[in-house]
Design a protein around this ligand. Structure first.
Ligand code: BES
Ligand code: MN
Ligand code: ZN
Length: 506
């Protein structure tokens, strides 16, 4: 429960977030943030301005501040006022979406950091229907913008992050129960994103298949999820030849983690989430160039995403049965590594020619999909840092979405839009199916020169049968090359919020 001024965020988040239910001019946060929406009156801003006897509006006019997307105005309040700083965040429309709202709030954290401020309060002056939504997004933004991965710094950073975040509404709410729930929801979702970021940022010497599986089991224990971990022998016994082949070059043996969330009542539907868990992708014998190879420690972002989602489900308690399935391996080089041209039998039975050992993600996913289908899910979603080609097609911020089911594709894209994450539908072109045909076996693991993201998806399609299926290529958005207001450089935790939105309306 979010208590008045007392509730702290999950311990992963560095900022404590609570509801501020007093009136805005009494708020004593070091930084008070008010939205200024394009094309709308701004009662919160006006009320604050009155408290400062018109000085706020005057300063805004002097600086020629105009509301608009990405615009902001920072004002050092008078010594007599309760506020240290007032910040107006410009919004491009009266009703901004999740992405715009969160980014605007996250910029406030940036200002707080720059000015070494301890506490930040964000106010929404939206209509009754929208303010719970904006409160939730504010909590998410405060938690996510305060995220740092500092586990391996032995010297404390000079940066001071604000330790206290408050979310208020204007005018003050007479009955704040709904707002508290909204904050609670935002904090839980953000904790899922933070978990995904932490796991993804972890270097591969620390996070091996064994330790990733152990962390998953620990999480299951803590959250009350059912958990089954298949060790290398169990993987071989289950005839997962592809996972075994990908792991063959590494001294670190593979795992397959199967987590289950079951609702207390009857489940309406059964969903399987499959996440690619390559703890390091050297490319195998088809070795990658040294430049940026270090980034391939994030090649388990799909698995981390699924863990982030699973970790939140017991708190959100949807009436769905959700299976989280993580094929985990290291793609290394060694004397027993799989060679280009090797032919391997998949769990499903299809014979696969591995022409390129760097196209390993689709191999472990194919076996994990076959494993997941034994549960007879109503819906199967896989999420994977699968292809550089998807980044060529869509740029680095957008996931490619492939599906054999129109309703599922529509639901996922709608969920991404609500979550404020960028995703775009891609086609499963029949004309490229011949590219994954093998000369010697049933199928091969790469396509032709063009359409690499589609070839990857078409390879997976050969293993899904008639199951309603959706494949999300997150090679681009799982990792950021540079910091944004909401996320430092590195793992983004992309996809957790979208999957939670999807499950919430499934
Ligand atoms: N993990 C990579 C894909 C990737 C590339 C993710 C860049 C994030 C950033 C994947 O295993 C891979 O190596 N894909 C190959 C496929 C090719 C050999 C058909 C690629 O994209 O080059
Ligand atoms: Mn690869
Ligand atoms: Zn990979």
């Amino acid at each position: 429960m979010v208590g008045e001024e007392t509730r702290t965020a999950e311990k992963e988040a560095t900022v404590k977030i609570s509801l501020f239910s007093g009136s805005i001019e009494k708020c004593d946060a070091d930084l008070v943030v008010v939205p200024v929406r394009k094309g709308a009156v701004n009662p919160a801003f006006e009320r604050l301005d009155r408290a400062f006897r018109g000085a706020l509006a005057k300063a805004a006019a002097r600086e020629r501040f105009k509301p608009g997307k990405g615009k902001m105005f920072v004002w050092h309040g008078s010594a007599k006022g309760a506020h240290g700083l007032v910040m107006a965040i410009g919004l491009g429309t009266p009703e901004p979406d999740a992405a715009e709202w969160r980014t605007a709030v996250a910029r406030a954290i940036g200002i707080a950091v720059r000015h070494h401020l301890r506490s930040v309060a964000v106010f929404t002056d939206a209509t009754f229907e929208r303010r719970e939504l904006e409160a939730r997004w504010s909590a998410e933004a405060l938690a996510l913008a305060s995220y740092r991965f500092s586990r391996y710094r032995t010297k404390a950073s000079k940066e001071t992050l604000p330790g206290v975040g408050k979310v208020g509404v204007f005018p003050a709410a007479p009955d704040p129960a709904g707002l508290r729930r909204a904050l609670e929801h935002g904090l839980m979702a953000a904790a899922g994103v933070v978990l995904a970021r932490d796991l993804t940022n972890e270097p591969a010497n620390v996070l091996s298949p064994e330790t990733l599986a152990a962390r998953a089991a620990e999480l299951a224990q803590k959250k009350g999820l059912a958990c089954r971990v298949l060790d290398p022998a169990a993987i071989r016994e289950s005839k997962m030849g592809l996972i075994t082949a990908v792991a063959a070059g590494s001294d670190r043996e593979p795992r397959l983690v199967h987590l289950i969330y079951r609702p207390t009542g009857k489940a309406r539907r059964k969903v399987a989430l499959v996440g690619k868990g390559i703890t390091f992708d050297s490319g195998g014998i088809c070795i990658k160039p040294a430049k940026s190879m270090d980034e391939m420690k994030t090649d388990m972002a799909g698995a981390a995403l699924v863990l982030g989602v699973m970790s939140v489900l017991p708190d959100l308690a949807p009436d769905l049965e959700v299976h989280g399935i993580l094929p985990i391996a290291e793609n290394a080089v060694g004397g027993s590594a799989t060679r280009p041209g090797d032919v391997v039998k998949s769990m499903e039975g299809l014979m696969v020619e591995i022409v390129n050992t760097d196209a390993e993600g689709r191999l472990i996913l194919a076996d994990a999909i076959a494993y997941a289908r034994k549960e007879k899910p109503d819906v199967l979603v896989d999420l994977a840092t699968l292809t550089g080609a998807c980044m060529v097609a869509l740029g680095p911020f957008t996931a490619g979405v492939f599906s054999n089911d129109e309703a599922l594709a529509g639901a996922f894209l709608a969920a991404a839009a609500r979550a404020g994450e960028s995703a775009w539908r891609m086609p499963l072109l029949e004309s490229l199916e011949k590219d994954v045909r093998s000369d010697v076996a049933d199928i091969k693991n790469t396509g032709g020169k063009w359409g690499g993201a589609i070839a990857g998806a078409l390879f997976l399609k050969a293993f899904v049968g008639k199951t309603p299926w959706l494949h999300v290529d997150i090679a681009g958005p799982a990792r950021a090359d540079s910091a944004t207001p909401l996320c430092p450089k590195g793992a983004t935790g992309y996809g957790v919020l979208t999957c939670l939105e999807l499950l919430a309306r499934m």
